[in-house]
Design a protein around this ligand. Structure first.
Ligand code: TXA
Ligand code: MG
Length: 326
């Protein structure tokens, strides 16, 4: 049985003993270890079955910790991004300091850093007093967890799980790299490219084309994947097999009267609400023995729709050789 509870002080001690703590953030649950303790960090890779070439991000609880994790001088654009969006769902990749062990960054000279906007996560970070390395608390390549039960379903080797209810955003942070004086978006999230352009007029904001080059395994074509086939469809299917589950973000367009399991993620068709429930709906269908195949109706790639479609396409990719025609 795994150890789940709300004792943040205890959790901070577990971290300082070099063990693993799963904790809630506003994006998804993280699987944390002391980011300055290489042996503890190795345990994360083992628990997730994550390949060692896939770097981890560090979480900090104080803006003063920026100096510990990034090489000095820290570019002004990095501190400006942090000031604008932290605590919040933005991970900033910059040159790492010598204090950050190579195992965290998989040998890269850069490190991703985020100050989460979640009370429990911030308190844990403050009590532990060290940066916490934390990927999403799922097995490598699988669905991200948005509640503690999702963590227990996938991970057997976690020393303590902090119970913190549902993640409110429900989709992983936006990752940006600051390169010279430009911002490159490596992973779309709740903070959109448009938002960053509005907030940083005059700064070039590029969206990296994941087809051209792979900068990070989060940019691999297959990721965030359920164990059952996931197919993306343009509109409501005319006929749905009995053993199918259907994920709907925008129910206005829905006309069918199905016997099937239909997960309507937002009655109003609000994509921010839909994003927050997407991984939970996929987890539910993954666990439902009556569901053998999952369909999701695509959304427009605008605003948070970009992040939703990024996760859905990667989740569906390994099934894309088979036909989605029904
Ligand atoms: O919202 C989030 O970011 C969550 C919560 C727990 O904070 N964390 C998370 O971590 O999603 P993870 O490891 O599942 O995804 C981080 C991604 C990975 O795809 C990794 O390859 C990429 O960030 N990454 C880490 N360090 C990087 C670096 N130095 N350069 C480029 N990409 C990096
Ligand atoms: Mg992940």
């Amino acid at each position: 049985m795994m150890n789940t509870g709300k004792d943040i002080l205890y959790a901070s001690k577990v971290i300082l003993e070099g063990k693993l703590v799963a904790f809630p953030t506003e994006t998804v649950y993280g699987l944390g270890a002391n980011g300055f303790d290489p042996e503890a960090v190795v345990r994360i890779f083992e628990a997730k079955k994550r390949p060692s070439f896939d770097p981890l991000i560090l979480h900090i609880g104080n803006i003063g910790d920026l100096e510990k994790v990034y090489e000095k001088p820290i570019p002004k654009l990095v501190t400006d991004l942090a000031a604008r969006y932290w605590p919040g769902p933005l991970t900033i990749v910059g040159r790492k300091s010598s204090l950050v062990p190579d195992v965290v960054t998989s040998g890269l000279p850069t490190v991703g850093v985020r100050m989460p906007g979640h009370k429990i996560a911030l308190e844990l970070l403050k009590l532990a007093g060290v940066p916490i390395a934390a990927p999403s608390a799922n097995l490598f390549g699988r669905l991200s967890p948005t509640k503690s039960a999702h963590v227990r379903e996938q991970l057997a080797h976690v020393d303590y799980i902090i119970e913190g209810g549902k993640s409110t955003i429900g989709i992983e942070s936006t990752i940006v790299a600051v390169i010279d004086k430009t911002i490159e978006i490596l992973r779309p999230g709740a903070i959109t490219a448009n938002q960053i352009k509005i907030d940083f007029p005059g700064i070039e904001v590029r969206v990296s084309n994941t087809e051209d080059h792979i900068q990070a395994p989060g940019q691999l074509k297959s990721h965030y994947s359920p164990v059952k086939p996931l197919y993306l469809v343009d509109k409501e299917p005319d006929v749905l097999p009995d053993n199918a589950g259907l994920i709907v973000f925008e129910p206005e367009s829905l006309t069918g009267n199905y016997n099937n399991r239909v997960a309507i993620l937002s009655k109003k068709g609000d994509l921010i609400e839909g994003a927050s429930k997407m991984f939970a709906a996929l987890h539910d269908f993954e666990a439902d023995i009556n569901v053998k195949v999952i369909y999701a109706i695509k959304v427009r790639e605008e605003g948070i729709g970009v992040a939703i479609m990024d996760r859905l396409k990667k989740g569906a990719f390994r099934f894309s050789d088979k036909s989605a025609d029904i």
